[in-house]
Design a protein around this ligand. Structure first.
Ligand code: ADP
Ligand code: MG
Length: 422
């Protein structure tokens, strides 16, 4: 019977186990002990989607799921990398032979996310570096919109910071936020230029600058942050993450088009970024006049302006106190409205996300929405702690009814930032 079918939970491993897994892989692969093990979390955004490049606020938490990397420096400029997913083969590179996409030394494998960070360090004047051996072990689901890529980069960045004695990041317990902003930029350069992925820095900011037990209210105009207490378990709640495992090839091109639409709307409205256009009605009046593109630009702008307002409202609700009573319902409604706006106005959802969200709501979630860029990836649902399993089963059944492969699930609590001793 379907209800008895085992559903897949991708829960995070305990940090001690993560460290041990990376260390063991290092020893088995390279035959010596690593100098140390560093780690960094993936992230999930609670609300504030497709507003980062419009200068708006977003509200990610670091996942308890982390990438662990065991590293030792070498006496030459070689880099040797291993991950359980690429075990048969050690990826070997040379620090002098790493270059941007399309160049002679482009790196087209997963190694780009690690070697790219070393490249960015040297480009920014932190170096020359020595080569290194590294073993990666990660429990951040890959390609699920939960930033497994940023987790790799940020773990590498704090490792290189410590091993090179640069003193940029501070520790998990006493983080140096100004330094971490520098590392965000280096990781982002690695992802944009070496891995060739067009991302905006939100993922790396969450991984490097969050705090355990807190959501990160990030103002994307100036990248300033505030740490908002976010401890759902103590309120008998959970954030259920539904990794649809759907990935639509549209994602890249559509992302670029949404950015272009936003820029176009801002230009017509006479503002630098849509965050400055606060009034939906006034913006709609102006954009309605522009002819063929007007309906589309009205929709895009309506999403951005309303999502910014929803995110601010959500941050207010969290700041007022525990998510209970009225506050819980308001928070859930804001999440629901966010999804509907992304689906109908911004048009970045997909059937798999919509089905997951509808099923979660029907099973009693207070709120549910897609998270991340869209066209696949993950959805989140705010649920009673003891109902997470029931909601997950309902979503799995909705998928089975359509003949789709089951999604994977995890529950997210706000984890610690990148560093060595978690
Ligand atoms: P997301 O960041 O949403 O998980 P991306 O496509 O940005 O998805 O990044 C996924 C890529 O990151 C993978 O294709 C792979 O290159 C790299 N990666 C992530 N985790 C690992 C891992 N454990 N081992 C090797 N490569 C990994
Ligand atoms: Mg990524």
């Amino acid at each position: 019977m379907l209800s008895d079918k085992i559903i897949t939970w991708n829960e995070a491993v305990d940090p001690r186990a993560g460290i041990e897994n990376a260390r063991t892989l290092f020893v088995e692969t390279f035959g010596t002990e690593p100098t140390g093990v560093w780690s960094a979390p993936g992230r999930v955004n609670i609300i504030g989607e497709h507003v980062d490049y419009n200068g708006g606020p977003c509200l990610p938490i670091a996942l308890p799921h982390r990438a662990y990397i065991a590293v030792s420096m070498r006496n030459d400029r070689r880099i040797r990398l291993v991950s359980p997913q690429t075990r048969e083969q050690i990826d070997e590179l040379d620090l002098d032979q790493i270059g941007p996409r399309g160049s002679e030394y482009e790196v087209t494998t997963w190694a780009a996310y690690l070697a790219g960070v070393a490249w960015a360090f040297e480009r920014a004047g932190y170096g020359p570096l020595q080569g290194f051996d590294a073993a990666l072990w990660s429990c951040v689901p890959r390609g699920g919109g939960l930033s497994s890529s940023a987790a790799l980069e940020c773990a590498m960045a704090v490792a290189l910071d410590d091993l090179g004695d640069f003193g940029i990041a501070g520790t998990v317990q006493a983080p140096h936020d100004e330094g971490r902003k520098i590392l965000v930029d280096l990781c982002r350069r690695a992802e944009n230029e070496i891995a060739g992925a067009n991302t905006g820095g939100l993922d790396q900011t969450a991984s490097l600058r969050c705090r355990a037990g807190h959501a990160l209210a990030l103002d994307c105009r100036d990248m300033s942050v505030a740490h908002i207490p976010f401890d759902l378990a103590s309120e008998d709640l959970a954030l259920l993450v539904i990794d649809t495992r759907a990935a639509h090839s549209l994602a890249d091109g559509q992302y670029g088009q949404r950015r272009a639409d936003s820029e176009e709307a801002a230009r017509i409205l006479g503002v630098n970024l849509l965050v400055e256009a606060e009034d939906v009605e006034a913006a709609t009046r102006v954009l309605s006049e522009v002819g063929a593109d007007s309906q589309r630009l009205v929709q895009r702008t309506r999403h951005v302006i309303s999502e910014i307002a929803r995110t601010r409202a959500f941050i207010d609700v969290l700041t007022q106190g525990p998510l209970e009573g009225e506050r819980l319902y308001v928070a859930g409604a804001l999440m629901n409205d966010s999804h509907d706006s992304l689906r109908d106005d911004y048009e970045v959802s997909c059937e798999e996300l919509d089905v997951a969200v509808a099923a979660a709501r029907a099973a009693g979630a207070y709120g549910a929405r897609m998270t991340g860029g869209g066209f696949g990836g993950s959805a989140i649902a705010l649920v009673r702690l003891n109902e997470a399993e029931k909601v997950a089963r309902t979503v799995a059944r909705a998928y089975a009814d359509r003949g789709w492969e089951s999604p994977h699930f995890l529950t997210a609590i706000a984890g610690a930032p990148a560093g060595r001793d978690i």
